[in-house]
Design a protein around this ligand. Structure first.
Ligand SMILES: [Zn+2]
Length: 302
């Protein structure tokens, strides 16, 4: 069912930045800061979305404010200065939780004193060693940038130092005082992926397991670890059954922050169709398949 024309690159389209600025941000309340790299948006229920539209990943980190402390869900690309930024947004003590260990989510981990990540060998290895210049250099080429990075950012020295961390488990509760986040292990995109469920506020922080864009289910190498489509489908099915009926918003980690919960079910159906070989796709030059659906896509190996 593949198209006859090979796509050049299923992941990075040649004109990816033409989607920017994304229209949905017009409806959100933007907070002005002095930081030129990040865009900050105030979302319902005392959450800030911290967006990096200047890099292809368009990653979004979240600052979640509780009565006693705040949680920073991911530390972004390590290109801007998220440490300084989040401390300008709250006076509360800030602890980091990582949605998983991919480079675009742990960039400034090393600056924080308390970091937690899911108990998983890949996550432990990655945070223990960090990312080297060599590993990150393809992510710091000009093609990856939609705007000029800050002056003190140098592509030639771009790396992520190791950090110390604590381990999270499925079902753990992260208590911010008057606000509790439940850890849900959702492997598939990576073995260490989690979501955070804020039951009281009816929000699900989805990490990279769902967002409105190309979902990566093709990884199989030391840098990214291993994706698994059957396991991914199972994670989405569990979330669709157990969590989606109890939430009003998905807060996602790439492209656009606020999304409708029903999309989890759509993604579940999409993965099922791929596994049943009932979905059409295009293949790129490196042997990746891209399946396009309404509002998102899925990348797998050919
Ligand atoms: Zn990821």
């Amino acid at each position: 069912m593949s198209s006859m024309d090979k796509m050049k690159d299923a992941v990075v389209g040649s004109n990816w930045a033409s989607a920017l600025p994304r229209k949905s941000y017009e409806k959100l309340e933007r907070i002005e800061t002095t930081n030129e790299w990040f865009e900050v948006y105030q979302l319902p229920k005392d959450v800030y979305a911290i967006y990096e539209p200047g890099h292809f990943q368009e990653v979004i980190s979240y600052l979640i404010i509780g009565e006693k402390k705040a949680i920073l869900l991911d530390t972004g690309m390590g290109i801007g200065n998220i440490y300084e930024l989040v401390h300008s947004l709250t006076d509360k003590e800030i602890e980091v939780v990582n949605s998983h260990s991919h480079f675009d989510h742990i960039g400034e981990n090393y600056k924080f004193s308390k970091i937690s990540i899911f108990e998983d060998s890949n996550a432990i290895n990655t945070l223990t060693k960090g990312y080297t210049v060599e590993e990150l250099k393809e992510h710091a080429t000009n093609l990856m940038f939609a705007k000029v990075p800050p002056k003190d950012f140098l592509a030639e020295t771009y790396m992520m130092p190791p950090c110390e961390f604590d381990l999270l488990h499925d079902g753990d509760i992260v208590d911010l005082g008057n606000r509790k986040l439940k850890v849900i292990h959702t492997p598939g995109h990576s073995s260490d992926s989690i979501m955070l469920h804020d039951e009281e506020n009816r929000i699900l922080f989805t990490g990279d397991t769902f967002y409105p864009g190309a979902l990566y289910a093709h990884f199989d190498e030391p840098f990214y670890g291993k994706s698994n489509l059957e396991i991914y489908l199972n994670s989405l099915r569990n979330i669709a059954n157990d969590v989606v009926p109890h939430i009003d918003y998905l807060y996602c980690s790439h492209n656009e922050p606020v999304n409708e919960p029903r999309l989890v079910e759509e993604a579940m159906k999409a993965l099922q169709a791929i596994l049943d070989q009932k979905a059409s796709y295009q293949v790129d030059e490196s042997g990746l398949r891209r399946y396009d659906f309404d509002g998102f896509a899925v990348i797998t190996k050919d």
